[in-house]
Design a protein around this ligand. Structure first.
Ligand code: HEM
Length: 209
């Protein structure tokens, strides 16, 4: 590999930005689910009024833009790897399909991308609009529609759960290979179980220091 190998250099830069943005996004998702939800249950309304309009818009800024960059760069990376044949020609590559149909790599990444896209949609079209209204309500002392926090929490919880299998698919595409029903079930069960465990321990985690 040399610096003159444009295809590979573009690819490593795309991977790097994609994962960097993904960490920013999913890091904040875990902050909301594992730290902030239990924290909000412990503080008094006047503390909420002082803290939340300062804290949450900052966290939501990194959260939603992390999601957007991860998603867009992920689609560019997908195009380069699976849909670009070189020489200015686009179309499914040998990483995408072979004589037997879709490759295992393509199935892993498509699964991960479907979950990631649902998560991106939830961030931009459910969580962020609901949070804007909730924060404005707290700031102005006019509580927002009580259905909003519930809707935002459900979408956020769903995203936390989906992140487990989603990340498995991202990594398995180029680091695992084999894909069949058993490996898919392991990815889903393991991914969901880890997040379920973290959510379960989060009200107490770190509270006794
Ligand atoms: C939102 C929709 C997303 C799309 C469309 C997407 C797309 C992709 C694509 C096309 C690849 C390359 C797969 C390959 O090498 O065959 C990839 C890899 C990867 N993605 Fe995503 N992704 C998304 C979300 C995420 C998120 C939220 C994270 C969280 C950190 C993430 C982390 C990764 C990682 C760690 C890799 C492997 C990098 C490597 O080993 O080189 N992705 N993604």
């Amino acid at each position: 590999m040399a610096l003159s190998d444009l295809y590979s250099n573009v690819q490593i830069l795309l991977r790097w930005v994609h994962v960097l943005a993904g960490i920013i996004w999913i890091g904040h998702l875990y902050f909301f689910n594992f730290v902030n939800v239990p924290f909000q249950g412990k503080i008094a309304p006047d503390v909420k009024k002082a803290v939340n309009p300062e804290l949450l818009p900052r966290a939501l800024f990194w959260f939603r833009w992390g999601a957007m960059f991860t998603f867009v760069i992920g689609l560019v990376l997908f195009t380069q790897l699976y849909m670009y044949q070189g020489g200015g020609h686009f179309g499914p590559t040998s990483l995408f399909h072979d004589e037997q149909g879709l490759t295992s790599r393509a199935v892993w990444i498509l699964g991960g991308m479907v979950l990631g896209t649902i998560m991106w949609f939830n961030v931009w079209f459910i969580i962020w609009p609901a949070q804007q209204k909730i924060i404005r309500g707290v700031r102005d002392g006019k509580p927002a529609d009580p259905a909003l926090p519930k809707r935002a929490l459900m979408a956020s919880r769903l995203n936390a759960y989906l992140s487990g299998p989603m990340l498995f698919g991202m990594l398995a595409a180029s680091h695992y290979g084999g894909m069949n029903l058993a490996t898919a079930v392991v990815a889903i069960v393991l991914g969901l179980a880890v997040i379920w465990h973290f959510i379960g321990i989060s009200p107490k985690a770190g509270s006794s220091i």
